[in-house]
Design a protein around this ligand. Structure first.
Ligand code: ATP
Length: 358
């Protein structure tokens, strides 16, 4: 079920939380709404659910308008046929697992035998069949979250909205649950809109990421698109770490030489996708720098290690270079100490140029 949002505005008092938002979330995909705290992710989800009333614009679910300010349409949440999973599991502790999952169907007065069958099927989908008669109180955090997912799935929603559903789980369980959500989505082919501010969660789950900033979408695309080909500086800096510095471009298309701005330091040359003009902002991800031969190497950029932070699987080097400070990531087993002199090189394919200025 695709979701189309057109020119949506939502204000709280004089503050515009959603500012003329137009996006389409694709059917049968996981769309992740990512962004810093307060950028409007939850408000967007709540407007789609019908829990919040936009001031203007239109929302369609698979071409059916569920909200339209111009046409005076505003379907109540229960008529939008969607399921929601929140950060708080909201399971009823005094009920069994089965009792919790069957609740939405009982509220709709579905016949008893149908409820029983549907609950059993749904529990099998989330791997909780064996816990069906257990008291919800006795479940672990991950199992409780699965109960709330099952409760959302039991009514066969055409669309599932998830708002930070994994935030209350510990780090290991979070990873496990996000893999389960991914597998579940592939099995049932549902459309999921998933809100998070955790970039790793976003990149590992999403078919498409929508990076929000101040009530608008700054960029949308596959996780790789956003990470390797950010359209603007904000995106480059929000996702992962980025070395950014101004450069001057010389030569023609196909053989562009990239020099650090205002210097003769050649960064690299090759067939590079260049923005308009001869000036650009160069982005290099920390893991893309290659550590070359040590001092005296005339090919690379000379660098001095200021700090080497060991993070287990990798080591993060903060280095001083003639073009400013750079972050370089190397495998954890490679040892460097402060003061070490190295040189850095970069393949032209690993460079991304942005039209922004510093
Ligand atoms: P977070 O990750 O912190 O939940 P978010 O991106 O989901 O952030 P929203 O909850 O959508 O952000 O809030 C967007 C902005 O609107 C915030 O500045 C918030 O303070 C404001 N806001 C949200 N709900 C209300 C409300 N009911 N009354 C007043 N302001 C609100």
């Amino acid at each position: 079920m695709s979701v189309q949002v057109r020119q949506m505005v939502k204000s709280f008092g004089t503050f515009r939380a959603i500012d003329d938002l137009s996006v389409t979330f694709q059917s049968g995909k996981i769309s992740v709404l990512l962004g810093a705290s307060g950028c409007g992710k939850t408000t967007t989800l709540r407007c789609i659910a019908g829990l919040e009333n936009p001031n203007g614009g239109e929302i369609r679910i698979e071409d059916e308008p569920v909200f339209s300010s111009a046409r005076g349409i505003d379907l109540p949440p229960e008529k939008r046929r969607l399921g929601m999973v929140f950060q708080s599991y909201a399971v009823w502790p005094h009920l069994t697992v089965k009792g919790n999952v069957g609740m939405p169907l009982r509220a709709q007065k579905v016949p008893k035998e149908q409820i029983e069958r549907r609950v059993q099927e749904t529990l099998a989908v989330v791997g909780l069949s064996e816990q069906a008669d257990k008291s919800a109180m006795k479940l672990s955090g991950g199992q409780q979250q699965r109960v709330s997912i099952a409760r959302c799935l039991v009514g066969n929603p055409r669309l599932i909205l998830m708002d930070e559903p994994l935030s209350n789980l510990d780090a290991r369980l979070r990873v496990e649950m996000r893999n389960e959500i991914r597998q579940l989505q592939q099995r049932i082919g549902a459309t999921i809109l998933f809100v998070t501010h955790d970039q790793e969660e976003a990149m590992s789950l999403a078919d498409e990421i929508f990076l929000f900033n101040k009530g608008k979408v700054e960029q949308q695309g596959s996780p790789e698109d956003l990470y390797f080909r950010p359209a603007v500086r904000y995106v480059a800096e929000f996702l992962g770490k980025a070395n950014l510095f101004p450069v001057t471009l010389r030569g023609e298309a196909g053989q562009t030489a990239i020099y650090a701005a205002g210097s003769d330091h050649l960064i690299t040359k090759g067939d590079i996708v260049r923005p308009r003009g001869d000036e650009a902002l160069c982005m290099i991800r920390p893991e893309s720098w290659q550590i070359g031969l040590a001092e005296g190497d005339r090919v690379g950029l000379p660098a001095t290690v200021l700090e080497a932070v060991f993070v287990g699987d990798r080591r993060e080097l903060h280095v001083d270079t003639p073009i400013g400070r750079q972050i370089v990531v190397t495998p954890g087993h490679q040892r460097f100490s402060a003061g070490a002199r190295i040189s850095l090189t970069i393949a032209s394919q690993q460079i991304h140029l942005l039209p922004d200025r510093l």
